[in-house]
Design a protein. Structure first.
Length: 146
């Protein structure tokens, strides 16, 4: 887990420079597709929801049951398309730095707390944290690809 946390710290450290160089952040590929700016917003929504999960699992009844959220409605409700990119980057970075702080302080015991995913699969906190990092990288690649 420590290596994955360190790798994520490195990505966060270079995030602002890599994203501010992108010129087509506001371009929507289609009416129903997200712009790269809206993908940033989706990553913010993901960070908010996962921070709550990573924190709550420490004190709620187990197994922890993940409540799904409607990602499209959140992106629309938060109107990320009209938000300043610098504001989005600041929020995304701050949330993820705190996520790193929270996950860095988990014991092996907490990492193995059971979680029930929306599809009823039972897993553990470690898997959900690692999946969060992979989800972040997936969308970051979508934003940075030409």
């Amino acid at each position: 887990m420590k290596q994955k946390i360190n790798a994520f710290e490195i990505v966060l450290a270079g995030l602002e420079n890599s994203l501010l160089a992108i010129t087509d952040l506001e371009t929507k590929p289609s009416e129903t597709s997200w712009s790269k700016k809206e993908i940033l917003g989706h990553l913010i929504d993901s960070a908010v929801n996962n921070l709550q999960r990573f924190t709550e699992i420490q004190y709620v009844e187990k197994p922890y049951i993940i409540r799904p959220y409607d990602q499209n409605k959140l992106v629309k409700a938060n109107n990320y398309q009209d938000k300043e990119v610098s504001d989005l980057l600041n929020l995304l970075t701050a949330l993820n730095k705190h996520i790193l702080y929270v996950v860095s302080n988990q014991t092996e015991g907490i990492l193995h707390y059971q979680i029930v995913l929306p599809n009823k699969t039972v897993t553990d906190l470690k898997f959900v944290i690692e999946d969060y990092f992979e989800h972040f990288y997936h969308h970051l690649n979508k934003i940075t690809e030409k």
